[in-house]
Each structure stands twice: as structure tokens, then as C-alpha cells.
Design a protein around this ligand. Structure first.
Ligand SMILES: Cc1cc2nc3c(=O)[nH]c(=O)nc-3n(C[C@H](O)[C@H](O)[C@H](O)COP(=O)(O)OP(=O)(O)OC[C@H]3O[C@@H](n4cnc5c(N)ncnc54)[C@H](O)[C@@H]3O)c2cc1C
Length: 658
């Protein structure tokens, strides 16, 4: 039989075989006993369909369909191969690492493979790409690593399984060092025949320190308040009073990043105090335009330790998110001071390794001496409105998108929306829905547009609703950021059927739509620019049908009393001009907060990726002792808060030095 299978597999492309499995998974009477049966059955069902088309469909399925990921090993008949491949590769990997054999470890990677290391080899977050970099990194760090106790995972989420891309196998693993418990995840690709076990190499390996020994997170069983006497309330008050006097960590900003960091630190028994200038936690969201609902699915933006109720809407509305953040403070017992601003400028004493920070708390000043300051103030500076000639003579209304309080105020008015990012598109849609007399969007250069449903589909691949979010986070971070961009670029064409009506329609309507960095769509821009994209929820259709107009390739050069004049010389009469032009760079905001001297000492600002694809200074040393940043989206702080906390513990114990 195995010879028969081998011959069959040689003759039938891998993609067709895998496609067969996907299709027949949904055929009730199919027993999935054997891949050959599956393939033959599929061929029968799809007689006459060109193989190239089938392969195209397969790839779409493999990448886009959660069915494929949900295929259990028994069903797809590949369990033995996944197990065999993963076990064999992992046995060599763990042995080479434990022997300190750099060359042999490197040879287990594809020549263009990736190693992502969160604290396992070095006290930093690093990504190495290609044999040369991996080898030199291992040469530097492997001799001091002392890895032991490697074990391949066997639980339902991390056991060896077919990977999300055709012809790949993934698995998780654990290990330890004398001081730490570690975890990892690898993705293997076949470089020769699939049955040639030695031909499987790692395209990615993610290796992390998950906790320091004897400093693990407490969890529910840990009962951090220590029983019934004192009561939970009394115990919490004692903790809070201590933290208010001398927090180990001061977190500036009670958005999702600051709060998730605080929740994590609490579980690691690191005391923290969060200060926020807003009156209420969540006000940043409440101030944004009223129709805003998150453009990412709820699994992607759930909060650490606390998933949403099962009937929570798929797209979380602005106000619900704001309330949820407020509730999170309560349910996670976080110590948060609102109406509190850090006064200029904090100072750091290198001898005591403590900050002196003065906080104005609702009019009262208090001085704190934390060991660490975590800046979680978001990546946006002040709202940005370009300076335009004769702005003051315009008789209509001018505002920033942040001041837009809903389309109902503009019924019957001629409105210009400057900027074609997400906010501009959502606001234009709201205006048109509320029967503004005209809505015209001004597009200066080019925008990446994708339907929000496509982005959701991509997210759901990585964050499926039926998988715990901490599992999805770990698996998601196992793909280095730049590798993710490559995958998105490779698979972008598969979305075309879902996207082409929108994109071609917008182009016909005069908009300049591009395919994004690397042709990979919107997601890279979320990391690289925090703007220049639009996840469409209906504005596109209105443009295509002429209900919203777009002027592209122009900017406003001046105002007249009742109109705007554009760089092509044309003019448009207007009652209202809304600038959806984003926010100023965060540099000035950080300098105002911390002083030029402190910022000048840091390697970089927290809003950019380094050449390895990691945040340059997010959740890792910044260049200034005691100063840390918590940037990014929900998933960043949800997972990376752990590595931040471990670094605090390691500094305390003396494992890590700055
Ligand atoms: C219009 C719009 C739509 C968006 N839609 C999505 C989406 O659909 N999905 C998604 O994942 N992301 C979305 N984002 C991005 C999202 O806002 C960020 O991912 C997220 O808010 C960043 O969280 P944060 O905690 O870092 O910052 P923020 O949420 O901005 O929180 C920062 C906090 O710091 C406080 N703060 C700032 N400066 C100080 C100071 N000096 N002293 C004290 N406190 C201070 C602020 O008051 C605020 O509460 C959107 C952003 C915008 C502008």
C-alpha cells in the first residue's frame, strides 16, 4: 500500500491532494480512510475541471478556509506524516541545541528560514532571517544557553499538524533552562519528496522564555490575595496603598496597551500604577467618530485573561469598547488614576535605579519613585490639520475628524472630507447616509482599500473563534512580521475575486487605489504607517454609485469665503470641511512628556519596526534604563506584556543587566 501511495502522490500534485481532503471533509459519507481514496473521489467530483483551477481553489481554501485548519489529523490521514516529520526534525533540533552545535542547528532551517527569539537566547526580542544571520546569532548566544528538557507538544493546539500552507507541518514544543521555562513553535516545509523525512526544514522557529522559574504567573489558583482573612477587599486595599506610594512600575496611559500590561504585571506580582489624563478610561474611543466600530473581528481585539461574552458583536462598537476597557479595570483589579498627568519632566537616578515622577492627580500633585516607567500613550500625536492659505476667511465650518460628532449634524450641507483613510471613508459614509447635500472626498496620493470582510477573513484565519486567544497569539507571533508580509503578498491574488468589484469600481470612479507595500494589502501599513488604508464597510459602494464624489491627485491650496481651491486649479463650494488627515508624529508628544534629554538617549521611537521586523523599542530595552514602551495593537500587549514582565523580573533578580 505504501508503494502505491508513493506512486500516487508522485503523480498527483500536493495541492490537489490537499484540496481533496478539504472538499471531502464536507462529504458526509466519506470515511477519509486513505488519501488515495480521497483523491480519487475528488477527481471524480471535479471531472473536467482543469487542474490549474483546482490548485488555485486549493490554495484559497488552504489559506482562507478555517475548515482546512480545523481538519483533524485523523480525518485528513496525514497524522502519521505530520508526527513523523515533526518528531524527526525536533529530535535533531533539540539535540543540536543541547550540544551547542551551531552549524547543524542552522542546517535545520531553510536557507531563507527565520528564527524569532523572545528572550530565550538573549534578553531581547530578535528575528534572524537566513542561514548567515541565524548562524552568527547562534554562535554568539548558543554557548551560554543551557537548554534542556525539550519536549514536543501533544496537546490539541500545538501537537504536530499540517500547517496552514500546503506542504507544511507545524508543532509546538517546551524546554527549560536552569532559570526559566521555555516554549516554542516551528513550521516545516518539505524541500524534497514529502516522505523524505530528512528533507523537511524549518521555515520559521519561534523560541521564547515563557516564565522565570519560581516567578511564574499566579493565575486564578494562585489567589494573590491569600485567602479569606484579611478579606479580598482589605487585601486589595493594602496592595493598592503600597502601590500608590511606591509602585514598581508606573504605566502612563490607560488604553488597551497600558491596561493589559498592568493586568499582566499584577499576575506576575509586580506592582503597578496606571495614570491617564482622561476623565474616564475609554474616553479616547468615546471621542472618535460615533459610527466607529472596530474594523477587526472581536477575537483579534479581546483583552488579556478576559474574552468577550459569547453574544458580543463581531465588530465592537466604539462605545462598547470604551465601556469594556472601564470594566476591565474593575474585573482585573487594576489600580488606575484618571485625570492624572505626568508633570514635566521625570528624572532618573542611575545609582538608585529609580525615577522621580511628579503626577498631577485631579489638581493634587504627588511624587512617585518607580523603578520602571512604561509609556503606553498610543502612537498618535495631536490631531493634524494642515495650514492652508486663507483658512480664516472661509465662512463655513472646519474641523478635524476627531471632532466629528456624527452625520446627523450635516444633513443638507455640502461637505468636503479631506483624506481617504479609514476615518475619512467612515465619516463620508455617515454623511451620505444622513443626507448631506453633497459629499466630496479629497485624495492627495494613493490609498490601499480592501473590504473589511476580507481583512476579517484574514484575521479569522489566525484568530479563529473556537481557539483560545492565547493559543492564537502564540501561533500568530511564531510567524515573524516580515515573513507575514511575504505570505500576505503571496496570497493576495486569492482575494482578488472578493476585492475586484470594489477596487476596480473605485478606480473607475477616479480614485487612486494601490495594492499596499509588497502588494500585500492593508496589514503591513498597520505596522509601518498607521494610516494610508481603508477597510471598507460601505463607503466604496457609495463612491462607485456616484453618491459620494472623489477628487484624486489633488490637495487644497487655499480657501475662499465659500469654497476650497484645489491644486489642479478647480474649486468646490462647501459648507463644511472635515480634515481626516490623521495625527502629528508622536515625537513631540514624547518629548513634552519625558524631555528631549531622555528621548535623545533612546534608540528610537516606539512607532517603527527595526530591520528585523520587531518594534524598535516596544516591549524591549529602549536605550534609556527604566524606560519602556508598550505600543501596537491589542495582540501586541496581550502577548508581549509577558516578555516585558519577565524582563522586569530578570532585572530584579540580576539575570538581566541594562
Ligand atoms: C479612528 C481610529 C480607528 C481605529 N480603529 C481600530 C480598529 O478597528 N482596530 C484596531 O485594532 N485598532 C484601531 N485603531 C488603532 C487603535 O486606536 C490603537 O491600536 C490603540 O488605541 C492603541 O492603544 P494604546 O493603548 O496604545 O493607545 P490609546 O488607546 O490611544 O490609549 C492611550 C491612552 O494614553 C493616555 N495618554 C496619552 N498621553 C498621556 C499623558 N501625557 N498622560 C497621561 N495619559 C496620557 C490617553 O488619554 C489614552 O487613554 C484605530 C485608531 C483610530 C484613530
Amino acid at each position: 500500500m505504501s508503494e502505491c501511495l508513493r506512486r500516487f502522490e508522485k503523480k498527483t500534485s500536493l495541492s490537489l491532494r490537499l484540496f481533496s481532503l478539504v472538499v471531502l471533509k464536507n462529504v458526509p459519507h466519506c470515511s477519509f480512510n486513505h488519501p488515495i481514496y480521497v483523491c480519487l473521489e475528488t477527481m471524480r467530483l471535479f471531472q473536467g475541471v482543469p487542474q490549474a483551477s483546482l490548485e488555485q481553489i486549493l490554495v484559497s481554501y488552504a489559506i482562507l478556509s478555517s475548515n482546512f485548519q480545523a481538519l483533524s489529523d485523523d480525518q485528513c490521514g496525514r497524522s502519521s506524516l505530520s508526527d513523523e516529520v515533526a518528531s524527526a526534525w525536533f529530535a535533531r533540533f533539540s539535540e543540536h541545541l543541547q550540544r551547542g552545535d551551531v552549524a547543524s542547528t542552522t542546517s535545520l532551517f531553510l536557507p531563507n528560514g527565520w528564527l524569532r527569539d523572545f528572550l530565550a537566547f538573549d534578553w531581547d526580542l530578535r528575528t534572524l532571517h537566513g542561514h548567515e544571520k541565524i548562524s552568527s546569532y547562534l554562535s554568539e548566544h548558543l554557548p551560554n544557553s543551557n537548554f534542556l528538557g525539550f519536549e514536543l507538544a501533544s496537546d490539541q493546539y500545538f501537537k504536530p499538524s499540517p500547517g496552514p500552507m500546503p506542504g507544511t507541518v507545524t508543532a509546538g514544543f517546551s524546554f527549560s533552562t536552569p532559570i526559566a521555562n521555555g516554549r516554542g513553535y516551528f513550521n516545516l516545509s518539505s524541500t524534497t519528496e514529502m516522505e523524505d523525512i530528512a528533507g523537511w526544514k524549518a521555515s520559521t522557529v519561534f523560541i521564547t522564555i515563557d516564565s522565570l522559574k519560581n516567578h511564574e504567573e499566579k493565575g486564578a489558583a494562585g489567589d494573590i490575595y491569600g485567602g479569606r482573612c484579611p478579606t479580598w477587599g482589605e487585601a486589595r486595599d493594602i496592595e493598592w496603598r503600597k502601590a500608590e506610594e511606591e509602585p514598581e512600575v508606573l504605566i502612563i496611559g490607560a488604553g488597551q496597551n497600558g491596561l493589559q500590561v498592568a493586568a499582566r504585571l499584577q499576575q506576575m506580582e509586580i506592582s503597578s500604577l496606571v495614570v491617564d489624563k482622561n476623565d474616564r478610561v475609554g474616553d479616547t474611543w468615546r471621542r472618535r467618530y460615533p459610527t466607529l466600530a472596530l474594523h477587526t473581528p472581536k477575537t483579534h481585539h479581546s483583552l488579556l485573561y478576559q474574552s468577550f461574552p459569547s453574544n458580543w458583536p463581531f465588530w465592537t462598537p466604539r462605545d462598547k469598547l470604551a465601556e469594556w476597557l472601564e470594566q476591565y479595570v474593575v474585573s482585573q483589579d487594576l489600580l488606575v488614576w484618571t485625570k492624572s498627568r505626568v508633570m514635566p519632566a521625570p528624572t532618573y537616578d542611575r545609582n538608585s535605579k529609580r525615577w522621580t515622577v511628579t503626577v498631577n492627580k485631579a489638581g493634587q500633585t504627588c511624587t512617585l519613585h518607580p523603578k520602571h516607567v512604561v509609556v503606553a500613550t498610543g502612537m498618535l500625536g495631536e490631531p493634524y490639520i494642515p495650514k492652508i492659505e486663507d483658512q480664516e476667511i472661509f465662512e463655513g465650518q472646519i474641523m478635524h475628524s476627531e471632532g466629528f460628532s456624527g452625520g446627523a449634524d450635516f444633513t443638507g450641507k455640502r461637505v468636503i472630507v479631506v483624506g481617504t483613510g479609514n476615518s475619512g471613508a467612515d465619516i463620508a459614509l455617515d454623511l451620505s447616509t444622513h443626507k448631506a447635500r453633497s459629499v466630496t472626498m479629497i485624495q492627495r496620493s494613493t490609498t490601499v482599500v480592501q473590504p473589511a470582510s476580507t481583512i476579517a477573513e484574514q484575521h479569522l484565519q489566525v484568530y479563529p473563534p473556537d481557539v483560545p486567544v492565547e493559543v492564537s497569539d502564540f501561533r500568530a507571533f511564531a510567524t515573524p512580521t516580515f515573513r507575514l508580509f511575504e505570505i500576505l503578498a503571496e496570497t493576495r491574488g486569492l482575494m482578488w475575486d472578493q476585492e475586484k468589484d470594489l477596487i476596480e469600481g473605485l478606480r473607475k470612479a477616479g480614485m487612486n487605489v494601490d495594492m499596499g507595500p509588497y502588494g500585500a494589502g492593508i496589514l503591513p501599513l498597520v505596522y509601518l504607517r498607521f494610516g494610508g488604508f481603508w477597510m471598507d464597510v460601505g463607503c466604496g459602494d457609495k463612491i462607485i454609485h456616484g453618491e459620494i464624489k472623489v477628487k484624486s491627485g489633488v490637495e487644497i491650496t487655499k480657501f475662499t469665503k465659500q469654497s476650497i481651491v484645489l491644486s489642479d486649479g478647480s474649486a468646490i463650494e462647501a459648507d463644511v470641511v472635515i480634515f481626516a488627515t490623521g495625527y502629528r508624529h508622536m515625537a513631540q508628544m514624547l518629548k513634552n512628556l519625558l524631555s528631549d534629554e531622555i528621548i535623545d538617549e533612546t534608540y528610537s521611537l516606539p512607532n517603527g519596526l527595526d530591520e528585523e521586523g520587531e518594534y524598535e523599542v516596544g516591549y524591549r530595552p529602549t536605550g534609556h534604563p527604566g524606560l519602556w514602551y508598550a505600543p501596537g495593537s491589542f495582540n501586541n500587549s496581550r502577548l508581549q506584556s509577558k516578555y516585558l514582565g519577565i524582563q522586569f523580573q530578570a532585572l530584579n533578580i540580576g539575570y538581566m543587566k541594562l
